[in-house]
Design a protein around this ligand. Sequence first.
Ligand code: ACM
Length: 578
Amino acid sequence: MGRRTSHSSGAGSAAPLGLVPRVATAQPQEGRLELHGHVQVRAAADLLPAVRPWVRDMAAAFDLDIALTTSGAETSAARPSAVDLSLQADLPAGGYTLRVEQETVHIACADRAGGQAAVRTLYQLAGPDAYRRSARPGRPLTLPRAEITDHPRFTWRGVLLDVARHFLPKADVLRFIDQAADLKLNRLQLHLTDDQGWRMQVRRYPRLTEVGAWRTESGLGSWRAGVQDGTPHGGYYTQDDLREIAAYASARGVTVVPEIDVPGHVQAMLAAYPELGVGGAQVPVRTTWGISEHVLDPDQRALGFVTDVLEEVMEVFDSPWIALGGDEVPTTRWQDAPQVRARAESLGLAHVGELHGWFLAQVCQHVLDRGRRPVVWDEAFSTQLPTRAVVTSWRGWGQGARALAAGHDVVMAPEQVVYLDHRAGDGPDEPVPVGFLRTVADVYAFDPLPTQVAGTLPPGGGTLLGAQAQVWTEHLTDARRVDFATHPRLAAFAETVWSPEQDRSPGSPASTEFLDRLAREHLPRLDAAGVEYRPLDGPHPWQMRPGVAGHLRDLDAELAAGGWDGLGGWTETSGGAQ
Ligand code: ACM
């Protein structure tokens, strides 16, 4: 039969379920359902893709022989199903109900996304062994009896991974997707291009990867320290790699949103095709961090090149959203070039700075014409920006609020809270400590729409789609360091965008409960999955990087200087690029 129900002995009450992110309602009950040997799983046809990764992973982790069939197509009455997934149209979008009963797990899902979320709950209910790739003898898959209802708070539950500053091999990206999916995140913004590297094969412009995908050396620590490592660094993904990454993510409920950052953050592009820059000067792929002044010459040639690249991006990625960057664009080279000043004038712009908005408006329109939605950083929000463009607000919440008021849909990604490359502790052992101090409890207190912001919004306007955590990798040289910066704070972030709204401020009952659940239930899952997270009490000795300089920022001081939303943009000394 492949199932057995055990009842816990004694009078103890049912154990808490330990799910992260917390589900909307959960009623633990006594007893467990045990699956072993041959197991039948039945799903509505639309839900088969949602359950397949679970079937493969559980077969390996618990040595099960799992048969997956479409509901209504059962052939063997001898194998009643142990897990049953059906569609139920009256559930909230992306939601599900899940009942672990005596004989069967019954799951009803609003849609495929609901099925993918339910499956993630099933992984977690099975305990840390569900995250291992092979079975440990004598450990069957057991699930606590329970009744759960659940649905997401926001539709955009994003994480950005910067594979430009440090290339992350494909296998590590797939692993990162597993980790995001486990937390019910559903968008991975893949930052594929920047000054320090270009990571996507483009057939029409092969030099983008031949020249742009590697640099001769990298900064060691903050650029302010002026130390270089003397070691070549590089790598790129072929279009087949990227198709594989997107499909792997999609099967796990995650849409990969590719990001091609223009018209700034393009020095690697200019190293390959110097004619796209102002004056056509040859530049190397940038070997230091910080922000490059080498930006695109915002003319028809650059526009044609970028739209050619985007044609291939949209061939490879079926994402409804295409991210176009638009952040941190120094205009010094435009100001110094008479032909750029003349172009601004001929376009009727008040000054060369407006070419930034003009250029992005053209690129956004191209993406819109192809039936996709552009996503841009908040510097690109201007009256020129098509209203259908999604604005990602990284310089606080204020720009996001203004974009909402102007009718844009918005993703909140304020660097003050959800930049996970920023330091998680203030001790002397934090590796390359940069940015603001944001502990797990600080990230857990993240509010995508604080009341001061909500209060500024006029009626109508755009929709707050959700929020996004960022993993920038100037100082995260490989997957081990990405693990350290990302976890467990990504779990805290995930709960703020998935679980119902509540007071999560540090010291609140919710925060205390979360930190306990994290330590007791979630960290063992990360251990079993082989994720090298930052321990709650500080880094392991081998996670430290003594002698590599960071650069601390003080949130209170900056807030006092600029108001609650008012970091007002980058500068060479206090900007986003560390
Ligand atoms: C950013 O941090 N420049 C989006």
